[in-house]
Write a new protein. Structure first.
Length: 398
């Protein structure tokens, strides 16, 4: 693990004024791609540090990956000196990302309008629950609330059950990915024009767009051609299938796929069934067809079906446990926390350096002195402004 910066975002400095998962995931992506990410943390710590158990009081299992490739500075932004120190850092930056609510930013005097005077070409990304011009602009919005407001629980209802939340921080993570591409688009605009700008990413809008890609469906047309919801996805029979010794996901998609599976299961009578003859027929009868497939899959072992599906070009996958997925991850060594599993970035480039882990997850305030020394050197070379109110000692997680 090395602190040397390489990657497509080499030379970009990001001030990370975020917490929990949405913002830190976006800034982790920037750091993994080579940006110099400076996280500004409250003296009380951040929830990311204590979300799960971990090998160090400040480093939860989540934090070991989410806070990597970032330098950490502790500032009390509620004090004038702490705010001034933050603005000194921002003056050297290309990007600022925050998920503080609009009201909080206004009280701290850290809105886009407040920041532009010290960094006119800043890309200022403000991610929050609701659009800034809505009546709910300053309302709290966590993952469950956003899932509820954007149709995900209703999709569970339409699939034959009760409204449920997805058992993952889907709204936070999808919004984090949206922040990443939105900021990079704004940086591309700045490279071409020299103009910075404010970028707003409301979680509600992000998840509404995400959910309706397929589920707006027939209801999109005017007049509507049917109700919302993509029926194949909402089918209650759409689930992993039990084999003789475990579980598998087999998804016959084409007529040939269905024919091959029915013949393999000794159901020649179904191989020319009218319900598989066209895409429309397969969609209309998906529940019946999935039940037939599940009965056949139960006849063989997982390994046997995987071998068959690979040879027959039928989409299929084993169904590993979360524990098995974690066990398969590569390992690294954190200088304080010891060995841990690294969650790699899922992209590879053919012409430029790919994502790397250059810096392990930092302790709270670990780089305060280092970063402030850099800022002071900029001031000595011609900048101005106070560098006070800086907490030089590492703080603790809550």
């Amino acid at each position: 693990m090395t602190a040397s910066t390489t990657g497509p975002l080499d030379g970009v400095r990001v001030v990370d004024l975020t917490s929990i998962v949405m913002g830190p995931l976006a800034t982790q992506i920037f750091g993994d791609l080579g940006a110099d990410v400076i996280t500004v943390e409250d003296p009380r710590g951040t929830l990311s540090r204590v979300m799960t158990a971990g090998p160090h009081p400040q480093l939860s299992g989540v934090a070991l990956n989410l806070l990597r490739n970032k330098r950490n500075v502790v500032l009390d932004l509620k004090t004038p000196a702490g705010r001034d120190a933050l603005l000194e850092v921002v003056a050297t930056a290309d990007v600022l990302v925050t998920n503080l609510r609009p009201g909080t930013l206004a009280r701290l005097r850290l809105t886009y309008e407040d920041v532009v005077p010290v960094c006119p070409d800043i890309v200022y990304c403000q991610a929050q629950g609701y659009p800034g011009d809505s009546a709910a602009a300053d309302a709290p919005a966590y993952d469950d609330v956003v899932q509820a407001a954007t149709g995900l629980p209703d999709a569970f209802r339409l699939s034959g059950g009760e409204p449920l939340f997805a058992p993952t921080l889907m709204a936070d993570k999808v919004s984090g990915l949206t922040i990443a591409y939105a900021v990079m688009a704004a940086l591309f605009h700045r490279q071409r024009t020299g103009e910075g700008q404010r970028v707003e990413v409301p979680m509600i809008d992000v998840m509404t767009a995400f959910m309706l890609v397929e589920h707006a469906g027939a209801a999109t047309a005017r007049p509507p051609q049917g109700g919302p919801g993509y029926q194949r996805i909402l089918n209650p029979e759409r689930r992993p299938q039990r084999t003789r010794d475990g579980w598998i996901s087999v998804l016959p998609y084409t007529r040939t796929n269905f024919e091959d599976i029915f013949r393999a299961g000794g159901r020649e009578d179904l191989a020319d069934d009218e319900r598989i003859r066209s895409t429309r027929a397969r969609l209309d009868h998906a529940d019946d067809l999935y039940r037939e497939v599940a009965t056949i899959i139960a006849q063989r072992t997982t390994a046997e079906w995987l071998e068959f599906c690979l040879a027959s070009d039928v989409p299929a996958s084993p169904v590993p446990t979360l524990e098995e997925l974690v066990d398969a991850l590569p390992e690294d060594v954190h200088p304080v926390a010891g060995r841990y599993k690294v969650i790699p970035q899922p992209v590879r480039f053919s012409r430029m350096p790919g994502p790397t882990v250059r810096r392990p997850a930092a302790l709270s305030g670990q780089h305060t002195d280092e970063v402030m020394t850099e800022v002071r050197s900029v001031r000595a070379a011609g900048g101005s402004g106070p560098i006070d109110g800086v907490d030089e000692e590492p703080g603790g997680g809550r």
